[in-house]
Design a protein around this ligand. Structure first.
Ligand code: ATP
Ligand code: MG
Length: 173
């Protein structure tokens, strides 16, 4: 699965609509402290169905909605649309949260359950807890790891960790 585009509105610091194209290959997010790099990663995980507000650095899920600044009023909803491509087929996943109304999900414009979004990403072997999403804190763990541990982390991120286990199983037979 390739994530090809991300549109955000009212999500955390992304108060104005933002439209990002994500090219194939490795994507890095760079910028000064506080510019919204981690918020962007959290937007990805949130759209894929993250249910833990704490892992999005909030006390409650509504904390992802733009909370306002000294010059701009708070928003009453946040919405993120993610465009994905699998084998040439495009799918759009949208998650929206409104104050007092909770989250709603859409796949290709149809209202769906959170579970349907989880299933979609599980089928594509990714999701909110995918080891391929390497957060800021874990980068230093990768650097500090011993070579064998680092290899295990990278294999996990690449989704091939299970292959060795399956191969060992096969060899043991
Ligand atoms: P660093 O380099 O320090 O890791 P970063 O680029 O990862 O920074 P983020 O943590 O993504 O930055 O963004 C932090 C900013 O987002 C802060 O200014 C914070 O006030 C703002 N922010 C977070 N949640 C909200 C919200 N609900 N409403 C408005 N602003 C928010
Ligand atoms: Mg950060």
């Amino acid at each position: 699965m390739q994530i090809t585009r991300l549109r955000l509105s009212g999500f955390k610091s992304f108060v104005d609509p933002a439209d990002l194209r994500i090219e194939p290959g490795l994507t890095g997010i760079v910028g000064p402290n506080g510019c919204g790099k981690s918020n962007l990663l959290e937007a990805l995980r949130w759209t894929m169905g993250e249910t833990s507000a704490r892992s999005l650095r909030g006390a409650g899920m509504e904390d992802v909605i733009f909370a306002g600044t000294s010059t701009r009023p708070a928003r009453d909803f946040a919405e993120v649309a993610m465009l994905t491509e699998i084998d040439g087929t495009e799918t759009e996943i949208v998650r929206r949260i409104e104050r007092g109304a909770g989250s709603a999900y859409r796949i290709d414009g149809r209202d769906v359950r959170a579970k349907d979004v989880s299933l979609l990403f599980a089928d594509a072997a990714t999701g909110a807890h995918s080891p391929a999403l390497v957060s800021q804190g874990r980068i230093s763990a990768v650097i500090a790891a011993k070579p064998a541990e680092r290899r295990a982390m990278l294999e996990e991120a690449a989704g091939i960790a299970g292959l060795h286990v399956r191969r060992r199983d096969a060899e043991a037979r």
